[in-house]
Design a protein around this ligand. Structure first.
Ligand SMILES: [Zn+2]
Ligand SMILES: [Zn+2]
Ligand SMILES: [Zn+2]
Length: 178
């Protein structure tokens, strides 16, 4: 869905930021960077989100969580969602991550310059050993996960019954096992 704010951002174009795809015009979604938009269009109408195994053969352990809607595609999608939408998405991501990896999970969303797909997507995987840093905030659960600053991503993992949310990074999915 093309919204006026996105037009402004599109003027600053780099990869995903220049995408003008529109679900009403399938021909506008043929570019490689719109691959996940095409996957979203294959899902039943009305589902809020869906999971996909990462199709990259070099990332056999990865899953993705995507909203069905194209609403927040493009730049800083988390900033443009409502708090309820974000909480729903993070709750689903945490649940799936836990099912897959027990207490060893991590989830990540890349910053704008580290993304090659315009459709909003969260990476789900196993947290690599030794990636811990000092730059995190501790939260009780998905509803408290802060929104990253414009252009930045975040990564999350469980710690002591709570969640660490690591902010201030752009290429975040690298903390997850490929
Ligand atoms: Zn697109
Ligand atoms: Zn899309
Ligand atoms: Zn941490």
């Amino acid at each position: 869905m093309l919204i006026p704010a996105l037009l402004v951002w599109a003027a600053l174009a780099t990869d995903i930021t220049g995408c003008r795809c529109d679900p009403a015009r399938p021909e506008s979604m043929e570019a490689p960077l719109c691959g996940l938009c095409r996957e979203a269009e294959k899902q039943p109408a009305g589902v809020p989100y869906f999971f996909l195994k990462d199709s990259n053969p070099f990332k056999p352990n990865r899953w993705l969580l995507l909203p069905r809607s194209h609403g927040p595609d493009g730049l800083s999608p988390l900033l443009r969602m409502t708090a309820a939408e974000r909480t729903r998405l993070w709750t689903a991501a945490v649940q799936k991550a836990r099912e897959l990896w027990g207490d060893d999970w991590g989830i990540a969303i890349n910053g704008d310059t580290a993304r090659t797909q315009c459709h909003t997507h969260i990476h789900i995987g196993r947290l690599l050993k030794g990636v811990e840093t000092d730059h995190f905030v501790v939260v009780d659960g998905p509803a408290q996960i802060p929104v990253p600053e414009e252009g930045y991503g975040l990564w999350i993992h469980p710690a002591g019954g709570k969640l660490h949310v690591h902010l201030g990074e752009r290429n975040t999915e690298t903390v997850l096992l490929r």
